[in-house]
Design a protein around this ligand. Structure first.
Ligand code: ADP
Length: 313
């Protein structure tokens, strides 16, 4: 559905009228493909090229060279049928009309996309069920909190039921309740409507909750592309063991290392190549009085930190 080949974007910037142009290679010859229904997370430090890549896929920017095809369309040509097949939500930019009530903004997009009354009603009630919009319909957009606006933004961007949703930092600046509502919404439209979701994020919970495939972008290139599980394994096959104890702090045996210690809680990394998980647990329970125990793979956050280190980005 999305085919990207040798895609490149250079920005030409100059700091003054008579100054020479500087070239910034924001995206450097990347290639990948994405299938219908995938949930992709683009991660990387600021300036890595994530937004530029997303803007080329969504038709906001014309590539310098290489090609991008989205459902057969060339995005930057911005043909109507292409625009009707995508939804774009950029955290900082609003597509809602500032001074009028939310419901009128939604009606405006109903007309823009030529949606009939019955479908409009059905979609609104579907979106309202997940995003709790009804109470906001009469409020002018300028009076909405950021979280409320984001919920309305999602509704307006998806009113036409696009096949692909592009999201730039969907949960940045959101309060906890809106964050969950937004995540729930994205998960549901993917599961129930098969919408392809492509998002950039710095939020590791977003990645855990919303993506099944992660692309790590660094200096305009794709450094890694794989499932979260694969990436975690690649970085480390170590386990994280968290315990709460009421006895003395246990000394650790070979194959275990302290990660964090706070009062009666301890975070340990365990190397299964040196000691099996069950041996490790047996050892710890001999060492101290265990109250609680949890074994997990390393967290997404830690994974990303290590990847950044590995690739020195
Ligand atoms: P990210 O989304 O990963 O933070 P961007 O795609 O925004 O990265 O930026 C990639 C590189 O391109 C950065 O070096 C950035 O400064 C540069 N850049 C982005 N947009 C522009 C622009 N409109 N003009 C000039 N340079 C830009």
């Amino acid at each position: 559905m999305i085919e990207v080949k040798e895609l490149t974007k250079d920005y030409h910037i100059r700091k003054g009228l008579f100054k020479p142009f500087n070239i910034v290679n924001a995206v450097k010859g990347v290639s990948f493909s994405i299938n219908q229904g995938e949930k992709i997370g683009l991660i990387g430090l600021n300036g890595a090229g994530k937004s530029t890549l997303m803007k080329m896929m969504s038709g906001v920017l014309k590539p310098t060279s290489g090609s991008v095809r989205v459902n057969g369309f060339v995005p930057y040509k911005r043909e109507n049928s292409f625009l009707k097949s995508i939804g774009v939500v950029m955290g900082q930019k609003s597509i809602l009309l500032y001074d009028i009530p939310v419901k009128d903004s939604l009606k405006y997009y109903k007309e823009v996309y030529g949606i009939d009354d019955k479908t409009f009603k059905e979609r609104l009630s579907y979106y309202d069920e997940i995003l709790n919009l009804k109470e906001l319909y009469e409020t002018p957009v300028r009076k909405l909190s950021f979280g409320q606006r984001m919920r309305c933004e999602l509704c307006a961007s998806l009113l036409h039921n696009p096949k692909i949703l592009f999201l730039d930092e969907p949960s940045i600046g959101l309060d906890a309740v809106s964050k969950l509502a937004v995540r729930d919404f994205i998960k549901r439209i993917n599961a129930e409507k098969g919408t392809t979701v492509i998002l950039t994020t710095h939020d590791m919970q977003d990645i855990e909750a919303l993506t099944h495939r992660v692309m790590l972008i660094g200096k305009g290139q794709i450094l890694l592309d794989g499932s979260l599980e694969e990436l975690k394994k690649r970085v480390s096959d170590k386990k994280e063991v968290r315990i709460k104890h009421s006895g003395k702090t246990p000394t650790l045996c070979e194959g275990m290392n302290y990660l964090e210690q706070k009062d009666d809680k301890l975070k340990i990394s365990l190397d299964p190549k040196m000691i099996s998980v069950s041996e490790g647990i047996a050892y710890l329970s001999r060492e101290t009085e265990l109250i609680d125990l949890e074994v997990s793979d390393i967290s997404a956050e830690e994974m990303v930190a290590r990847l950044y280190k590995e690739y020195q980005i």
